[in-house]
Design a protein around this ligand. Sequence first.
Ligand SMILES: Nc1ncnc2c1ncn2[C@@H]1O[C@H](COP(=O)(O)OP(=O)(O)OP(=O)(O)O)[C@@H](O)[C@H]1O
Ligand SMILES: [Mg+2]
Length: 312
Amino acid sequence: MRIFSYIDHNGAAGPSGDVAGVRERIRANLSGVGATIALASARGGVGKSMLAVNIAAVLAMKGRKVAIVDADLNSPSVAAMLGMKPQRRLPMIEGIEPAAGPHGLRVVSSDQLPGGEAPPISFVQDQIDGNNGGEPVAPAPTRPAELSYRDALSRILAQSQFGSLDLLIIDLATGIDRLHVLASMMALDGVLLLTHPSAQDTSAARNAMKIGRAIGVLIVGIVENMVGFNCDGCRAVRPLWPEGDLHGIAREAGVPIMARLAFEPRLADSTDRGVPFVREYAATPTGKVLADIANQVDAMIASRTRAADTLA
Ligand SMILES: Nc1ncnc2c1ncn2[C@@H]1O[C@H](COP(=O)(O)OP(=O)(O)OP(=O)(O)O)[C@@H](O)[C@H]1O
Ligand SMILES: [Mg+2]
């Protein structure tokens, strides 16, 4: 198992500084980035990473410069979904170089960082205990794992060499607590909230929207995924779950439902093969919905650029 300090270029494993200092370092590092969006969800397996790679692929194929940070540091999936193999590069002296993906995409993922082996990365920053067969020891009570996740993510955001980008997509691990951590480090232009339509997921999404409002992040839209099963030969799309009242909840929160995606077996398959669905199946209903989401994000970037030009 690797520990996080392995991916820090100088091996230092301390906290990344005070909150204001961290925000300033990240802000400075992202000065060439046109817009930032995060993909978040209250519950797991709802399609954040799948959507991240498909939005990125659509926009990259349109000529936009896009990078993805896979902020699921323990179970990264973005690089694999893009067909990228683990890297075995030497650490850079200054910062982290995003790995080159298909269509000119750039990816920062814990399985692409120096060290190259498959995860897991432990966020326990204590040194390896020599009496423990080389395995990391349990976290010291003074060093809670959550603090270490914050350190790891802040270093990635502050040290990755993104250069000039139209869009940085941050694919978060499950849990609105992760969004809270991210929002404490950087200003986001928008958050896409993903959910399944089940009653439990819908109720978790409602809480997520409340928390989002409380912490001041702008949830620009909800993507409702796996709303039904779209099988070959079925006459109608069949629901997968008894559905909650997402529409009522979204209306109440004033957040638009950006898109509804059916369960599409070919999407699961292409994701596992490491090929963005939109590359192979752009003309299918699901391909069109994914492109529509990407185009909505593109419009958001364009309006942000226009606003920045007006201010300049
Ligand atoms: N509409 C869909 N139809 C079929 N399969 C889908 C669909 N959306 C996502 N999947 C598949 O479901 C699985 C979970 O998706 P994904 O990993 O993107 O979710 P996630 O929200 O990022 O999960 P995690 O919480 O682990 O980060 C993947 O295998 C993905 O290919
Ligand atoms: Mg994921």
